[in-house]
Every structure is written in C-alpha cells, then in structure tokens.
Design a protein around this ligand. Structure first.
Ligand code: ADP
Ligand code: MG
Length: 512
C-alpha cells in the first residue's frame, strides 16, 4: 500500500491495474512481429529452415500484453511476414501450395493459442480486480473509522512529513487541512502544563521519531485559527521496519480542555467549601467569647458611675456588638443547612443578605428599595438560597456606581414555561454598568468573571445549580446603553418542591 503525503485527501489511494491504452496494445503487436522479422532476416539462412520460429514469442508477447485482438493481428502479420520473407521464393509472396498450407496451419495454431492465452489472462485479471475492490472497500471502511474518531490521529514520516491525519486532528489544532505539512509545524506553538514553551525536539512526535514510546503526555497547544489554548493528551508510538529502524510515528491526540476545566472548577469549589467550613468553625468559636463580652458590656451599661460620654461609648459598643452577633449568626446559618427542605421566608433571607452586605452598601451610599408583595414561604434549603441571593446582591453592588440604586422585589408569580406551577419571584435590579451581549452567553459558565483576581466566576454558576435544584428558574435582562444601563436578575422558586408535594399526597392517602 502506498501512502501519499497530504493533499486535499489525506488518505492513501490504490493505483495501477488501469486499462492499457489501445495504441500501446496494438503497437506492441506490430513491434513484436517487426522485431521477429528483423531477427529472422539477420539470422538467415537459419530462419529459412525454421521460418516461424521467431514469430512464436512475438505472438505470445502480443497476446499477453494486448489481449485477443492484438494477438490475432500479430498472428496475421507474422503469417504474412513468414510467408513473404522466409518461405521460397524468398522476399516475395509464396504461391506454393505446401507453403500456403504451412502458413495457414501456423495461423490456425496461433489463433487458438491467442484465444486460450486471452482466457487465462482474463481470469488472472478478474482476480486482480476482485482484490482491488476488496482493498478499496477495506480502505473506505478504515477511512470512515478514522474520520469518525473523536481523537486526532497523525501518521508522520521520518522526514517529518505528515502521511496521514484525520479530521479530528485538524479540528483540535484549528487548522485548515489544505496547509502543507511544513507550514503547519512552523505555525504550531506547544507548551507544557506549566506554560514552558516546548521546542520541536520536545514534541511527542519528535520523541517518537527518535524511537521513544510516549504515553499520556499533556500539553497546551495554541490553536491556529482562534489563537486560544487547548489542553491535549498525546500518545505517540514509533513504527519500525524489519531491521528495527524507525520509519514513521503514529500519534493520537485527545482534547481534554473541558475535562481539565471541570476538574479545576471542582477543585476551586472544594477549596471554597473548605474555606466555608473554616469560616463556620471560626464563627462558632467567636460566638462563645462574644456572649461573654455581651454580658460584660451589659454589666458596664448598668454602672451608674459612668458619665455621659462613657454611656454613649457603651451604647455604641452594644450596637456594634449586636451587629457582629448578627453577622456571626448569619455566617453560621450558611453552613448549618438542613438536610431536607424546610419552609423559607425569602423576605427574611434577603434581609440577612442585606445585613451581610450593609458595609458595602453604606460605603457606596446605595439607595436600596425593597418591595414585598407576597410574604408566602417557599420550600427549600435556606442556607443555599441565602448563598444565591448574597451572590446576586453582591454582584449588583459591585456593578453599581456610588450613589446608585438597588431594587429588590418579591412577589407571587407563576413559572414561565409551566403556568400551573405557583411560586415566588425575587427580582434584583441595579442601575450598574450592565452586561455586554457577548458576555451574557458566558455568564453561567464556571470560572467566567470580568473581575480579574477579585472574582471567582463561580457565583452565578453555583447559583444556577442551586436554583435548578429547587426546580426554579433564573433569568436576566441587561443593557449597557449609556445613561440607561443596568441589570435585572429574576429568580423564580416554586412554593412546593415536587418531592414534598408527592410526599404530602401519599401522607394524605395513608391518613385517610
Ligand atoms: P464573580 O462575581 O466572581 O465575577 P459571578 O459568577 O458571580 O462571578 O459573575 C460572573 C460575571 O457576571 C461577573 O464577573 C460580572 O461580569 C457579571 N455580572 C454578574 N452580575 C452582574 C451585574 N448585576 N451587573 C453587571 N455584571 C454582572
Ligand atoms: Mg459574584
């Protein structure tokens, strides 16, 4: 099998066995008879005694190369030539009956030989055609298989020319299959996972060409079309000839960017969970001495010997202490979430969120407008729901300029898609800078942030997960239009979770 270097089709093709041209087939017949005649003329008078000797191989060659018709042509030409040159009278047509009969029998014998030889030739030819068809079918199957692979496949020769590459290989690296092999190698940039630039000598392909088997080699590759980086897993194996010399290398490439990102976000959320647990423990530890401080401040406030200024200080101390206790209580409630859904008052949840964010709101002198139309509880996990609203409110505060507005509306509503599902909708709106259309589609992806080091990019992703867990929906509207910019997040939560509803009906059935 011949393997072609890349052109438009990156696959090998089967060539040969094509029909020979008519000119060649008949030409061979004429030339063979001509050569036999010349040989006979040269070897006179030997050819006068055996006049047909040199025409035997000539006709055989003609029939083998050209087939039946050129064979018959050679037979006729040979009969005429033998009769004319090598039968008496020499160099003139022979009219002698015996000679004419000899010529006739020569012709007859060779016509029959032509027929048999052609049959044998056709037989062989049809076997070759069948073999070719089988090879083409196998090749088509092989091609379909490697075309459908999600892994990239590359076969590279010892001269670093690509012999074969499948569509996934091009897709992963983001280049056009029409590029010549040399251009591609000079365009690609590879790095190890720590961002160190890899020279061509360090590529898995080069290592395999030096005889090394490369297993699970992780690299970052800069895509040629978009310039973005993808993380790939390469395996490369050298292919050797019978004497053990490396003649080519086979490389498989798997794009594991999404997997690595998911791993990374899992690690970050695990880190956040650990930080959260630590915050919970700290809050718990601080709570006890805080109680003691509270009692002491109370005793101090009862001290009648305090002058006016002392009393003012103690009052201030009490107020600040109360605030600290409130924050600690809120922090604790984050991490002491119930294991099954309970009734949650969303208005209270938002109050506690605003308390946690009070310093930021005061710092920016934001105007908070809170409107509660429905005070009905929903079923859910209070700690998780607090996390959702804390993130939405914090995002709104961070996006709003000093003196901006933050509006919180809570009202009874129905689900967008399923009208029959009743619930509560919480709308958090701000008049901040808004979200650009290209960022809007990436908002709920893990790790998407426009806040650089300050952001985690996990807030909305986690929030969406929690809202979905509550069978709710989260939507947004936003505009960046100058003077009218702002963002409005709307969260719908059903009054009852389907499981609790089901449980209630079964309980009711059991009771009746
Ligand atoms: P983080 O706050 O850590 O950046 P989030 O998932 O909470 O992560 O938010 C992702 C991005 O969404 C933010 O970086 C910000 O660009 C954008 N965003 C979210 N809420 C708002 C908002 N109210 N106004 C403008 N941009 C917002
Ligand atoms: Mg956030």
């Amino acid at each position: 099998m011949s393997i072609r270097p890349l052109g438009h089709s990156p696959y090998p093709t089967i060539t040969g066995l094509s029909a020979r041209s008519r000119l060649l087939r008949y030409g061979v017949a004429v030339i063979a008879v001509g050569v036999a005649t010349l040989l006979g003329l040269y070897l006179r008078p030997f050819s006068y005694t055996t006049p047909f000797l040199f025409f035997y191989p000539a006709v055989m060659i003609a029939v083998w190369i050209g087939g039946l018709k050129p064979g018959l042509l050679a037979t006729v030409l040979a009969s005429v030539s033998a009769n004319f040159f090598f039968l008496a009278p020499y160099n003139a047509p022979s009219t002698d009956v015996a000679n004419l009969l000899r010529t006739f029998f020569f012709g007859l014998t060779f016509a029959s030989i032509c027929w048999f030889a052609d049959l044998a030739r056709k037989n062989l030819h049809s076997e070759a055609i069948a073999a070719k068809e089988l090879a083409e079918k196998t090749l088509a199957q092989f091609r379909a298989n490697i075309d459908s692979m999600s892994e990239g496949l590359l076969v590279i020769g010892i001269d670093r020319k690509r012999l074969l590459a499948n569509p996934a290989y091009f897709r992963i690296h983001g280049f056009d299959p029409k590029y010549s092999p040399d251009t591609i190698s000079s365009l690609l940039e590879r790095y190890d996972l720590n961002g160190r630039f890899l020279t061509q000598e360090e590529w898995s392909t080069s290592r395999a060409l030096r005889g090394e088997t490369v297993v699970q080699c992780y690299q970052r590759v800069r895509r040629i079309d978009t310039g973005t980086e993808v993380i790939v897993k390469n395996n490369a194996t050298p292919v050797r000839d019978d004497s053990g010399n490396v003649i080519m290398a086979v490389v498989t490439v798997e794009d594991i960017t999404a997997m690595k990102q998911a791993e990374e976000s899992l690690r970050t959320s695990e880190k956040l969970a650990a930080v959260g647990r630590m915050a919970g423990t700290l809050a718990h530890e601080i709570n006890n001495p805080l109680d003691a401080v509270n009692n002491l401040v109370y005793l101090l406030s009862q001290n009648l010997k305090l002058d006016e200024h002392g009393r003012e200080c103690v009052q201030l101390l009490q107020k600040e202490l109360e605030r600290t206790q409130h924050i600690i209580a809120n922090t604790l409630s984050f991490y002491r979430d119930s294991s099954s859904p309970v009734q949650v008052n969303l208005s209270q949840v938002l109050d506690s969120v605003l308390t946690l964010d009070a310093r930021k709101i005061d710092g920016k002198r934001l105007q908070v407008i809170k409107r509660i139309d429905a005070n009905l509880p929903v079923m859910g996990f209070p700690g998780e729901l607090r996390q959702v609203f804390l993130n939405l409110v914090s995002n709104a505060i961070e996006a709003t300029p000093d003196g901006g507005k933050l509006r919180i509306d809570i009202f009874r509503s129905r689900q967008w898609q399923k009208e029959e599902v009743q619930g509560v909708r919480v709308v958090i709106a701000d008049n901040g800078h808004g979200i650009s259309p290209e960022n809007r589609s990436k908002l709920f992806q893990p790790l998407f942030t426009t806040k650089g080091e300050q952001g985690t990019g996990l807030g909305l992703w986690v929030s969406q997960g929690i809202v979905r867990k509550h069978q709710g929906e989260i939507r947004l509207r936003s505009t960046t239009r100058f003077g009218r910019s702002g963002t409005c997040f709307s969260v719908f939560l059903p009054i009852e979770l389907p499981e609790t509803k089901q449980k209630k009906t079964t309980d009711a059935k059991l009771a009746s």
